[in-house]
Write a protein that binds this ligand. Structure first.
Ligand code: DAH
Length: 347
């Protein structure tokens, strides 16, 4: 016989008691959901019972209805509370487990890294440090005198032309090379001098695969009594072997710079093909990496050094270019666009 028809109040009380117990006993959200279905689902115990209320007599139906709805509301609320408690417990357990498991490998997070040009700069300066050179800095904005005149470069020189130089004012420019550091260094200290100065230089160059209006250079200067071209060659040959590897060959070709005499261009055997000829060295087997020479007496004169007593050598190279060759980067713009997908590779 249908229990409701005998004593609906008692049946609702039983459902309430069983339901409470089942909800309390559920230890996972899945179990809890099963309990909900069992009592409140479409074919749940309470649902079925409530559906039968219509069969009750007018006299008992309203009271039974109220009781049924009370139990339904109660169980719904208990289910919700239990669900919240289980969720919290679950989250707490996950945190506790994470704290306790000290064998879990740490989560690697990329914290940034040094730009490839910075890495090459540091390497270059480090090699010269082992030869006794200190690392210095020099202004990016210069007067025409520092950038050109004191370096024995007349304003007729193509480099001084407005085509290649960014003028800030009639007499001020963004340095077109790091070479003016020679003047600052010699003005502020007496010989002996051994210094390298890296930095950004500016030229009105196009923005394409091999040119940028701002790029990096490093200049070096050594001044003392009795310094000769042999010292220059030895220092550069050592530097090339350290930077590019023992097997790399160096050669000096006569060249011209206003601030050195004699002047030379340094070429190294192509680090990509080893000298056989490839696209990087344009088939020649050699790559030009720097300019150098013996400090011109006119430069010593400009800073008040005694050119009879002191001699020195100087060199300058494009760091950006060395980075391109070193890492096989096909387009200089990659170095200056700040694209993380590119930069991450050098971390
Ligand atoms: N300043 C030259 C340039 O930008 C490079 C250079 C050549 C620097 C010879 C020097 C040097 O110090 O001695 O092309």
């Amino acid at each position: 016989m249908n229990p409701l028809l005998v004593n609906p109040g008692e049946e609702f009380a039983r459902i309430e008691q069983d339901g409470r117990r089942a909800i309390e006993a559920a230890t996972t959200l899945e179990e809890l959901e099963a309990v909900r279905v069992q009592y409140l689902g479409r074919k749940g115990r309470l649902t079925l019972l409530l559906r039968q209320l219509g069969q009750l007599s007018e006299a008992v139906r309203p009271a039974a209805g109220r009781e049924g709805n009370r139990v339904k509301d109660l169980l719904s609320r208990l289910l919700e509370e239990r669900a919240r408690a289980l969720e919290a417990e679950h989250a707490g357990a996950a945190v506790a487990a994470a704290v306790e498991d000290r064998t879990l490998p740490g989560r690697a997070r990329w914290r940034g890294g040094l730009h490839p040009c910075t890495q090459v700069t540091d390497e270059i300066c480090e090699i010269f440090r082992t030869l006794g050179f200190v690392r210095g800095r020099s202004p990016e904005a210069e007067t025409v005198w520092y950038n050109f005149t004191a370096l024995n470069t007349s304003l007729d020189h193509p480099a001084a032309d407005a085509q290649a130089t960014f003028y800030l004012q009639a007499d001020a420019v963004l340095r077109t090379h790091t070479t003016p550091m020679q003047i600052h260094v010699m003005q502020s200290s007496p010989p002996p001098i051994r210094v390298v100065v890296p930095g950004v230089v500016y030229r009105r160059d196009p923005w394409d695969a091999s040119h940028a209006p701002a790029f990096e250079q490093v200049d070096g200067l050594a001044v003392d009594e009795g310094i000769s071209f042999v010292d220059l060659k030895a220092a550069i040959a050592y530097f090339v072997r350290e930077l590019f590897g023992r097997e790399t060959k160096t050669r000096f070709r006569p060249s011209f710079f206003p601030f050195t005499e004699p002047s030379a261009e340094v070429e190294v055997s192509c680090t990509v093909c080893g000298g056989g000829g490839c696209s990087t060295c344009k088939g020649t087997g050699w790559m030009e990496i720097m300019g150098c020479g013996m400090v011109h007496p006119a430069v010593f004169e400009a800073v008040g050094y005694d050119a009879e007593r002191y001699t020195g050598y100087a060199f300058g190279m494009g760091i950006t270019r060395i980075a391109l060759v070193r890492y096989g980067i096909p387009d200089i713009r990659l170095l200056y666009e700040g694209d993380m997908r590119f930069l991450e590779q050098f971390a």
